[in-house]
Ligand binder design. Sequence first.
Ligand SMILES: Cc1cc2nc3c(=O)[nH]c(=O)nc-3n(C[C@H](O)[C@H](O)[C@H](O)COP(=O)(O)OP(=O)(O)OC[C@H]3O[C@@H](n4cnc5c(N)ncnc54)[C@H](O)[C@@H]3O)c2cc1C
Length: 396
Amino acid sequence: MATRVKGEDRQRIAFLTEEQEALREEVRRFVENECPQAEVRELDHKGEFPERQWQKLGRTGWLAAALPEEMGGAGCGVVEQAIVTEELSRASASLGIAYFSSNCFGINAVLWHGSEVIKQRYLPGLGDGTIRVAGSFTEPDGGSDLLALRSRATRTKGGWRLRGHKVYTTGAGHAQAAITVFRTSDPGAKRHEGLTEFIVPLDLPGIEIRRMATMGVHSIGTFEIYYNDVELPDDAVLGEPDHAWYNLVKTFNNERLLGAAWAVGNATRAIDEAVRFANEREAFGRTIGHFQAIQHTIAKGYAWLQAARLAVYNAALSQERGGDAVIESLIASYTGSEAGFSAAHAAMRVLGGQGYTEEESVERTLRDAHVAILGPSTNEMVLNILAERLGMPKSY
Ligand SMILES: Cc1cc2nc3c(=O)[nH]c(=O)nc-3n(C[C@H](O)[C@H](O)[C@H](O)COP(=O)(O)OP(=O)(O)OC[C@H]3O[C@@H](n4cnc5c(N)ncnc54)[C@H](O)[C@@H]3O)c2cc1C
């Protein structure tokens, strides 16, 4: 059970609607019933995907919510996606990633950039949860410098042949498809041209997926994908061949803000656990929650987290209103990941030695909190881009 502290509406955002807050409450009830922390910890320990929870999630209708009404959806927007991401991640960061990946790299990317064929092929399965999509962009030689990517797709009769290597693809081991980017031509100095985005079924001959051993997000897992002359039909292209960059930028901004909702949700679990522990654990004849050092540690973590939460929903609302929300998403990403990391770290200190054990969820939230600092862009790169947007020279 999530700990209910006084003032359960402490996550309330003044500019969200009653319906949106009601959705938050519904998702919260879902995770309270379906994601007991003992089970989430066990799955993390074993590195197993929360399949039971995912199946149930598929029956709630939230996976389909962002689909258009004629496809069984509710036409929900980015704000609702952020709310569901945040609340799922408050219970299980891995479940939260699975949800936001399938929205960001699945439903949103397909609705924004997919042909009719791709929409018909993927949207129904994304809506009922039988299809999960991973986002696979980073390469061994192209991380922060994404445009240094070396993977190549060449034209064949009626399609494409893919040869390359992607690393750190979250969830690829149990996703049905990945969206990915390959270099398809060499336009000279303009590195952002000559790129093509594909949506690739992950069971095709020539695809090899290997798990990477990582610090956190064990239930969703981190993977590398080898493309050994993979044959793809022409209709697997998202958007225009050779002109993927501006579509990718829109997807990355969506990923930044949903990733920030994820980071905030994950760290809210840590704050929940810190409050619970502070009210239970006794030292010097009182519960430790009586000590101001403990109170301030938790209150500061919560305050920064709530400030980041405002940035997340501001970015979501901005993107929903039609803009790319570049600056808003960068700010959400930076504040969400840093506030999330600090709050999870603060929570671990509140729990003392117990916070370092796998008997508690706090150590998991701290391990998982690192991911948002590294991706989708490292916070150094986020600040680089933000500084450029503020009018300073491009530094990278
Ligand atoms: C757990 C995890 C999950 C991930 N999931 C995915 C995924 O699902 N899909 C995907 O495509 N990628 C994923 N990534 C990859 C992530 O996006 C990259 O790690 C990130 O973009 C950084 O790339 P890099 O690791 O190659 O670091 P590098 O680019 O090698 O950077 C190393 C260091 O140098 C710094 N640096 C580099 N250039 C500059 C500069 N110009 N100015 C200042 N500092 C700089 C970086 O900030 C960093 O501190 C994931 C990574 C992790 C750790």
